[in-house]
Design a binder for this molecule. Sequence first.
Ligand SMILES: *[C@@H]1O[C@H](CO)[C@@H](O)[C@H](O)[C@H]1NC(C)=O
Ligand SMILES: *[C@@H]1O[C@H](CO)[C@@H](O)[C@H](O)[C@H]1NC(C)=O
Ligand SMILES: *[C@@H]1O[C@H](CO)[C@@H](O)[C@H](O)[C@H]1NC(C)=O
Ligand SMILES: *[C@@H]1O[C@H](CO)[C@@H](O)[C@H](O)[C@H]1NC(C)=O
Ligand SMILES: *[C@@H]1O[C@H](CO)[C@@H](O)[C@H](O)[C@H]1NC(C)=O
Ligand SMILES: *[C@@H]1O[C@H](CO)[C@@H](O)[C@H](O)[C@H]1NC(C)=O
Length: 323
Amino acid sequence: MLLSLLLSSLLAVQTMAKLELVIPELPVVALFGRDAVLNCSFWGEQASGNLSELSVFWQLTDTKRSVHAFTAGADQLADQSPAFLNRTSLFGRGALSEGNASLLLRRVRVDDEGSYTCFVRVQNYASAAMLLQVAAPYTKPMVTLTPNSNLRPGDKVELTCMAYGGYPEAEVVWQDGAGHNLTDNLTVSQVATELGLFSVRSVLTVMLEPDSTYHCRLTNALLGDDGHASVTITGQNMAFPPVVLGVTVGLAVCLLVLLIALAAVCRKKIKESCEEIRLEEEARELEEEAKAGLRDGKQGAQAEEGQTPVLELSDRVGLTETQ
Ligand SMILES: *[C@@H]1O[C@H](CO)[C@@H](O)[C@H](O)[C@H]1NC(C)=O
Ligand SMILES: *[C@@H]1O[C@H](CO)[C@@H](O)[C@H](O)[C@H]1NC(C)=O
Ligand SMILES: *[C@@H]1O[C@H](CO)[C@@H](O)[C@H](O)[C@H]1NC(C)=O
Ligand SMILES: *[C@@H]1O[C@H](CO)[C@@H](O)[C@H](O)[C@H]1NC(C)=O
Ligand SMILES: *[C@@H]1O[C@H](CO)[C@@H](O)[C@H](O)[C@H]1NC(C)=O
Ligand SMILES: *[C@@H]1O[C@H](CO)[C@@H](O)[C@H](O)[C@H]1NC(C)=O
């Protein structure tokens, strides 16, 4: 008795079942330039074989502009918003008759971002809205230094970090070598290109200190960490042990002497003859000389340390990039 009551009430619910839609709960993230699927499936009522009584309307939720329409058994694109021309389709009659009214959107653009409403009618009707978010990865960031010559400790320099072609706006974080966030003396600008993708440029102004590293980290909130770039500034430091300074200056002088010697020998040789074999012999001899010269040069350099110009920091600025 109770069971039959329950059964009949269940049956009643079933016959009175309305059309229901299933759409993604979370925003759909589509990659710029790629194809995206906006899922929308319906159940509770089935479209018959020729789909004549089925209507599917995809609209922009805010403006009600038509994205794609299917009625009377065929696509109806006369009212379609021009922005979607040739870029939309449903998945065919088979999918529709199985309750799949999903939209295929091709070559996603930045301005496709927004809310889309899926409207389905068989006998009853239902609609539901979902969010489409567009994402594009940024290029690997690059860090440059201005000015990048004649640098001395204490100079004010600008570190510029740039990346291109991403969406949405990037989050830029500068860190020092110890991993501390740097929040002062920096600017960030994000400029949109005509396609809506952003170019990011962040400038950090620092007092130049030898042996310091700066990281520029760039994050695309939708896609996660896009990568980072670093600049490491190495160079003489007043705090360097004198021995190290001596060796460094010594090596520099040694190199200079070798280069001058090489130039002199080359010039002489070219005058005498152009025979490559002989040049090679000379080069080998030069190498021997170089080895000997290295030892002598170091001592010599220490002697003239006073008048040797301090090695330009720029010679030793290393730009390293890491992903
Ligand atoms: C669409 O639905 C199918 C089947 O449920 C699922 O595999 C796919 O991941 C969904 N696609 C999107 C973009 O939500
Ligand atoms: C609808 O059909 C297409 C093509 O088979 C499929 O890619 C998509 O995941 C389907 N969507 C759902 C919600 O089943
Ligand atoms: C579709 O089927 C219905 C009945 O099932 C019929 O009345 C209608 O004429 C058909 N439409 C087309 C376009 O064949
Ligand atoms: C859309 O497709 C039609 C036919 O394939 C083509 O003639 C037209 O140039 C296309 N329009 C755009 C904007 O791609
Ligand atoms: C640095 O800033 C980022 C982003 O604002 C934050 O996620 C991170 O926790 C910060 N790190 C430190 C060490 O403060
Ligand atoms: C920022 O720049 C000002 C002026 O150049 C300087 O006094 C200050 O120490 C800088 N702050 C940091 C954190 O470098």
